[in-house]
Write a protein that binds this ligand. Structure first.
Ligand SMILES: NC(=O)c1ccc[n+]([C@@H]2O[C@H](COP(=O)([O-])OP(=O)(O)OC[C@H]3O[C@@H](n4cnc5c(N)ncnc54)[C@H](O)[C@@H]3O)[C@@H](O)[C@H]2O)c1
Ligand SMILES: [Fe+2]
Length: 382
C-alpha cells in the first residue's frame, strides 16, 4: 500500500513572520477575513498583532471570539452563523489548538453544509469540498494544528472529545512566528510543549510510522528536548526552537496518527476541562512503559534524541528506561505534576477507559490494547 503525505501549501517561520500575511492576502486575492481567536488572546493583545497587519494594509475583517479552551459544538455552530453573516471569503485563525480547531470546523461546515450537526464529522468524514481557505497563526507551541489534518471538538452533552480527521481542513498557509508565543505564561508553555513532545513520541512509535514520518519525529524530539526548558524561561532561543519543533512534529503525526496517550488525555479534557498538554504530559511516561515491548529498538533513538549519553552501550532494558526517565525529567523540570490524583475521580475511571478505547487515536497505538488495560493504566496514575 502506498503512503499518503499531506503538508501546507506554504509556511513561514521565524520572528516577524506575521508580516507575510499581507503578501499572502494580496497574492491570493482574498477580500475579507473572518478572524477566529479566543477572548483571552484578544484581552492580552496577541490577536491585535495580526489585526495591526491587516489594518495597516487596509484589509477588512470580522472578529469571532466565542471560543473556549477545549472548544465545543456550540462554539462551532455560532461561528458558522457568524461567518455566513460576515461576507468573509477566508479565515485567519489566531490562537492555540482551540482557536485553530474551531476555525477548521467552521471552514469545513461552510463548504460542506450537510455536516452542520458537527457530530457527523467525528473520525474520518468523507467531505467533498475543501474548507474555506485558512491562514493559521499559532500562539502556543504545541498542537501544530496549523499543519495537521485534524481538529478536536468537544461534545459537551456526551462529555466526549471528537477527533476529526479530514485532509480538506489543512490551512493553506501556516505562519509560525515565535513572537506570537512570547506572552505565554510558564505553565502554558510547559503544557503545550509537552503536548508537542507527546506528538513526536507517539507519532514515532505509532503503527503507521515509516521512514519519512520518522525523520520528522526524531528531529522534533531533538529540538523540543533542547528547547523546552529555555522556552519556559522565555528565552528567544527556547521560543524559536519550540515554534519549529512543534511544527516539525505536526508534519509527522498528522500523516501517521498517534496512540493511547492522546486517547486517554481526550476524555480528561472533555470531563474535567484538563488542559490538553497537562493531561498528555502526565500520562506519557506510564504509557511509554506499557508500549515499550511493542517498539523494537525505537526507544534507543528516542533516548538519543532526548540527549541521553552513552546509549550505544546500553542493553534494550537500559535504553528503554533511559528514554522514559529523560521524558520524566523534562516533564518534572518544567513543572508538570507526576500523577492524575488531583484531576481524576476514581469513580469516573470506567467511563474514561471506555471513552479512551473509543477514541480515534487508539487504533494507532503500537501495542494492541483493551478497555481493561486502559483502566489499569488510569489506576496506576491516581
Ligand atoms: N488539531 C490538532 O491536530 C490538535 C492536536 C493536539 C491538540 N489539539 C486540541 O487543541 C486544544 C488545545 O490547544 P492549546 O493547547 O494550544 O491551547 P488552547 O488553544 O486551548 O489555549 C489555552 C489557553 O491559553 C491561552 N493562550 C494561547 N496562546 C497564548 C499566548 N500566546 N499568550 C497567552 N495566553 C495564550 C488561550 O487564550 C487559552 O485561554 C485542545 O482542544 C486539543 O484537543 C488539536
Ligand atoms: Fe495533542
Amino acid at each position: 500500500m502506498a503512503n499518503r503525505f499531506i503538508l501546507n501549501e506554504t509556511s513561514y517561520h521565524g520572528k516577524g513572520a506575521i508580516n507575510h500575511i499581507a503578501d499572502e492576502v494580496s497574492t491570493r486575492g482574498f477580500k475579507k477575513a473572518f478572524v477566529c481567536s479566543d477572548p483571552d488572546l484578544v484581552k492580552f493583545g496577541v490577536t491585535q498583532k495580526v489585526i495591526d497587519v491587516l489594518e495597516s494594509n487596509g484589509y477588512t475583517y470580522e472578529l469571532y471570539t466565542n471560543i473556549k479552551p477545549n472548544p465545543t459544538i456550540e462554539n462551532v455552530q455560532t461561528g458558522v452563523e457568524a461567518f455566513k453573516k460576515s461576507g468573509a471569503d477566508y479565515i485567519i485563525a489566531i490562537g492555540g489548538g482551540s482557536s485553530m480547531d474551531t476555525a477548521k470546523a467552521i471552514g469545513i461546515i461552510i463548504k460542506n453544509p450537510e455536516y452542520e450537526d458537527v457530530r457527523s464529522l467525528e473520525g474520518v468524514a468523507p467531505t467533498k469540498n475543501k474548507c474555506v481557505p485558512i491562514l493559521a497563526v499559532p500562539t502556543t507551541a504545541g498542537t501544530a494544528a496549523e499543519v495537521t489534518i485534524n481538529y478536536v471538538i468537544t461534545d459537551a452533552e456526551k462529555n466526549r472529545k471528537m477527533v476529526c480527521v479530514d485532509p480538506h481542513d489543512i490551512p493553506v498557509v501556516a505562519i509560525v512566528d515565535p513572537d506570537m508565543m512570547a506572552s505565554m505564561p510558564k505553565g502554558l508553555t510547559a503544557a503545550t510543549g509537552m503536548d508537542a513532545l507527546t506528538h513526536a513520541i507517539e507519532g514515532y512509535i505509532t503503527k503507521g510510522a515509516w521512514e519519512l514520518s520518522d525523520m520528522f519525529h526524531l528531529k522534533a524530539i531533538e529540538i523540543i528536548a533542547r528547547s523546552l526548558r529555555g522556552a519556559v524561561d522565555n528565552t528567544d532561543e527556547g521560543r524559536e526552537g519550540m515554534a519549529l519543533g512543534q511544527y516539525v512534529a505536526g508534519m509527522g503525526f498528522s500523516n501517521v496518527g498517534l496512540g493511547i496517550v492522546h486517547s486517554m488525555a481526550h476524555p480528561l479534557g472533555a470531563l474535567y476541562d484538563t488542559p490538553h498538554g497537562v493531561a498528555n504530559a502526565i500520562i506519557l511516561p506510564t504509557v511509554m512503559e506499557y508500549n515499550a515491548s511493542a517498539t523494537g529498538d525505537k526507544y534507543k533513538y528516542i533516548a538519543k534524541a532526548m540527549g541521553v549519553e552513552g546509549v550505544d552501550g546500553m542493553s534494550v532494558e537500559e535504553y528503554r528506561k533511559a528514554a522514559i526517565d529523560a521524558v520524566k525529567k523534562l516533564s518534572a523540570d518544567v513543572g508538570i505534576p507526576a500523577d492524575l490524583k488531583d484531576i481524576v475521580k476514581v469513580e469516573d475511571i470506567s467511563f474514561l477507559a471506555q471513552s479512551a478505547f473509543d477514541d480515534a487515536c487508539r487504533p494507532g497505538n503500537p501495542r494492541d490494547t483493551s478497555v481493561e488495560e486502559i483502566t489499569e493504566l488510569y489506576r496506576k496514575l491516581v
